[in-house]
Design a protein around this ligand. Structure first.
Ligand SMILES: [Fe+2]
Ligand SMILES: [Fe+2]
Length: 144
């Protein structure tokens, strides 16, 4: 049995730590490797949320919360794309910080509002089932 919040919060923490390191990184192979890692981790995380978590959020909260999350996810994808383009350019640090700022806002909403509200509206069994689905999707996605 898995708690979905624990898994998603771990992802959030990992992404924020990577972005902080990236903000202070120098151009080179290590930076490129970190950008790849961030890019893969965020893509999988957002895909899992969009496929498994937000459909439930929409059911219990309505479509507005989901719509806002979709927009914020798109902004994050744009931010990652910008970082990829700027990986060996001056200004990369600013791009990393911009994404960190946007992501921090989104993460705060998910952890403080969206997910706790969802947890309240689901039964414990439903919540844990979601956790198992999230864990399985993460395992399957990380192998690629
Ligand atoms: Fe999200
Ligand atoms: Fe998230």
């Amino acid at each position: 049995m898995n708690d979905p919040m624990t898994i998603l919060k771990d992802d959030h923490r990992e992404a924020k730590e990577l972005l902080k390191k990236l903000g202070e990184s120098k151009p080179g192979k290590q930076r490129q490797a970190m950008v790849d890692k961030l890019s893969n981790a965020l893509a999988l995380h957002m895909q899992i949320e969009e496929k498994l978590v937000y459909p439930l959020v929409e059911k219990v909260e309505g479509s507005e919360v989901r719509h806002e999350a979709d927009i914020e996810h798109d902004l994050s994808r744009d931010g990652v794309a910008t970082m990829r383009e700027m990986v060996s350019m001056p200004g990369f640090g600013a791009a990393a910080e911009a994404l960190l700022g946007g992501l921090t806002h989104h993460i705060r909403e998910e952890e403080n509002e969206v997910f706790p509200k969802l947890k309240k509206k689901l039964t414990r069994a439903e919540w844990l089932e979601l956790g198992d689905e999230v864990a399985a999707a993460k395992k399957a996605g990380s192998k690629k």
